[in-house]
Design a protein around this ligand. Sequence first.
Ligand code: ZN
Ligand code: ZN
Ligand code: FE
Length: 764
Amino acid sequence: MPIEPRIARRVSIRGIVQGVGFRPFVYRAAVEHQVFGWVLNGDAGVEIHVEGAADAVEAFVDRLRQGTPPAAKVAEFEVRAAQPEGLSDFCIRASRHETAPTVRMSPDLALCADCRHELRDPANRRFGYPYINCTNCGPRYSIIQRLPYDRAGTTMAAWAMCDRCRREYADPLDRRYHAQPIACADCGPGYRLIYGDEHVDSSQRAICRAVGLLSDGKIVAIKGIGGYHLACDATNRSAVAALRTRKFRKEKPFAVMAATLDDARGLVELSAAHEALLLEVTRPIVLAPARRELPDVAPDNASLGVMLPYTPLHELLFGAGVPRLLVLTSANRSSEPIAYRDDDALSQLSGIADAFLIGERPIARRVDDSVVAVRKGRPMMMRRSRGYAPAAVCRLPAGPPILAVGADFKNAVALVVDGQALVSQHIGDLDDYASYVAFEETVRNLLAMYDVEPTALTVAHDLHPQFRSTRFAASLPAARHVAVQHHHAHIASVMAEHDLLDEPVVGVALDGTGYGIDGTIWGGEFLVGSVRAGFERRAWLRPVPMPGGDAAARFPLQAAAGFLANLAGAPGLDALGDLPDMSQPPFSFSRRFFDALALARKNVRCFPSSSFGRLFDAVAALLGFTRPPTFEGQAAIWLEHQARQSQPQAPYPFPDLDHRPMMSAIVHDRRGGRAPVEIAAAFHATLAGAIVEKIGELCRQRQIGTAALSGGVFQNELLLTAILDSTGQLPGIRLLVNERVPVNDGGICLGQAAVATVANQRSN
Ligand code: ZN
Ligand code: ZN
Ligand code: FE
């Protein structure tokens, strides 16, 4: 028998390739194409040796290139020639590299189509089973307690597999091969329901009871992937109102889960980009323009956060007839982090939820729903958490491991190992004790999971000496500490995402607050430089004495006092004494304004601030938003909502980032009876125009062809789109903005990591 000529190939695949059914997928392809060799998890991803007839080997490699398991994300695919070894079978090799750094932990995955099908199939043995999953879907990060990622290291360890589950788990041709959370109704966890004295123990009856209660307008706490949700009928006004009252959440928008894409389409306007995001395996909350108003769900807000079912339980609830639009919001009291332990949920939520639908599978760590918006057809991450964390967001030049602890608000942390920038789930505001505990746990966890010794670390942190994250960073016995100015970090985060560390850039960092190099409050910064060479502060919003400093963020009236006190003596403006009586309509400002104004005029207990965030607050106050906001950013969101209700308006003067002529004109217009919605629109046009002009000026001066926008202010869609639409005025200049990490402080850790990477390279 002639011996057919054999060829061999080595294939290396990097990305999210572990815990997502990659090896069985390769195995099945090998069996199908009759090739020989092995597949294993190597240091940096999946390694494959394949040999056989030339055309079979080529076809096999093509097959791998074309299609991968749905949850896998291939970042790199490399094929090299190799020596045939005369192998006669194909096997999945257990490897000692099972826990290699970059392939260790997959994010949590939404229910896959195959499992959804089985869930609904009465003939299937997992029909109606709320914890169905497979190698392509199910929980990952939220159940991992320690590595290696196998059953014993997860919160599923307490459940022994039945014989049938064990056979599936062990069979490389089964779609549940090595699915660590594998379970069925015979051997796995279930759901139970508690409603007052009533206890329902079977999953099926518990789900039916929950459906009945939700249909009756009750509030039910439902255990999900990364924590408890509070659910109620989104179309039932009194249920939503009760949820707000009990949760002490007056106005912050609630997210809605829609039964199907069609239900979502009826609720919000969805572009192709929105729909693609809704259907992603990450299943985020997607912000989209509301088509229909659900009373009290998102007051004074043009957009609504919508998501689709992502767990088997969600599918079962909708299948059993629960209202097709459910408010599904993090279960907590106002600003506390989401509850994820059963005991905590039962005690913390006792006055909020009428009933509890409790899943028996424990949650290893809190992972909130992610939130994504769409800007100019591109996704823009607002909160990066479930489905995304702890995956790498990008690559940085390889070097020693780096831990970046982020900022104190909207905290997330980053760990860079082998050049992979892994970003944690959204942790929250570190002023909150439970969030701070979660912050320390997350850092400890990441270091342990990736085998990083603290002493080997470079630790990057904010420049703010009072930040809890800064003090924590200082306490680590790290090899090196790198302090990164807040707005430098914002701009560096954009450049890191776009792999442009060497690129000269004009960075525009606009936010509420950040500690400046001169010790004052920054927040309206135009930086010039590059991540590699460092940044120089070239222009900024004209500073005002802000009464109470950062505390002014809680009171728009206080911010207004800071800006209006500053009108005194400005050339061509009303003299100080000419400020009208602000206690009278249309302003009707309260005592707080006058007290703050007195401080600002005397410059007592005031801190110089160039914050755009406070400028939004001040203008909102002038237009009628004089009460204390009930959630962060509310005044600015209200102002944007006002502006959207107006026709486009001509901008106010804003010469060289001096706000005084505009503020004076707004006071004047408002007294003259101009509609607040028009003033709000003119204000947005003013800022967009001023920012575009300043970008153009700085780019021309330094012959720079790239500008980067970051900071929480750019969550404002009206402002951001106006700037992105002005490319005609910026010939040859490309505008970049954050996409994969939030523009708000959730992205700070990535920027810190990029600056630390460069600092390490410089000193080597
Ligand atoms: Zn599945
Ligand atoms: Zn079983
Ligand atoms: Fe910031």
